[in-house]
Write a protein that binds this ligand. Sequence first.
Ligand SMILES: [Zn+2]
Ligand SMILES: [Zn+2]
Ligand SMILES: [Zn+2]
Length: 388
Amino acid sequence: MNESKFKIVNTNLKGRSLVANKVIAIDEVILEEAPFVCSQFSWNKAYGYLACENCMLPLETAEQNVRRLAFDPSIILPFPESDPVIHLQQKFVQCQECSLKFCSTECLEEAKFKYHSIMCHALKPNQPFDSINEIWKKMHYPPETTSLLLILRIFAMVKLQPEYLNVFGEFCDRSKNDDLRICHKILGKKFSEQLSNLHQALIQLFQGEEILSRFLTVEGFTQLFTMIGTNSQGIGTSPFANWVRNVSELQSLSEKQSKELDEFIDTVYATFDNTVGTFLNNEGSGLYVTQSKINHSCKPNAEIRFPFSNSKLQVVALREIKPDEEICISYLDECQLDRSRYSRQKYLQENYLFLCDCEKCQEEVSQADETSDDDVNDGDDNMDTDDD
Ligand SMILES: [Zn+2]
Ligand SMILES: [Zn+2]
Ligand SMILES: [Zn+2]
């Protein structure tokens, strides 16, 4: 399906881009892709957001999910048959050695084949991977943007199958943009000491691993970190949201039932506001070989969706796309997209190392270089540290 709808082209200005091959209709799926590698965020996992270790499919029922997030074990969810997890539960398995949970035997086998046979023991409490993950958690508080677990998984994959190294060539690989004299935010001055501690810990852990040596020099480590920062895609899955979507589609409800259901859902979300705020999803990030080549626009013609409740994504057209038109997604969330041109460009430069020159940015070229009002606390919200 993928190949016929778009082509990958190289341009001097943007590097690789995806360009439509034919007319793509609104809501049409442009491509569907499973990640090369993905992982749940460290804190998300530590807080008990339960997802398949391999594909991030939720492993909690919607009811368990609501009870946990609302801190209320008495909540009963109506229409339990609308919860997809209930129907999948009998397929869930645990790794017999480390007890980590997977959505199916297939996922466990795939994980073992790709990385888990190495990570299995090293991730147990007080084992090497766990210790380094603790260092990471102390330097990277929620909201999380990248994951050390992703790096460890990449190392394990390369150790098991060195040919994976070739796949890294597929991702945009620049740790700084010399033209713009900017450096990736996470590698800025503020985090240099913490990153250096993390780097030292990784060196100790993987000493003598010839195949990984290229990642363990200061330069290689910096590059890997930035490559993940600039190429990775956030992944979010939610058992409750899946249940909400399914019950909203129920045809058999009376008007009264529908109204009660809507009120129930509103109450649950209002409760979440007071308990966990916006931290509703099982969250992580992944690297996708083709999707990572899609450039950003502040007025995108496509968006990323996760319709399977796992890490497999779809790129879907937001409007009709004409042949030879570039396919663009937004690297900014909806709130960020509403900000001023200056704020958007600042964020994109710091996190993705480019100066946006999209249609919207061009339209707003006469706008003053001012920060949006809601940017006041935007300083370093991804990476809060004590010296704030
Ligand atoms: Zn799975
Ligand atoms: Zn295991
Ligand atoms: Zn723009």
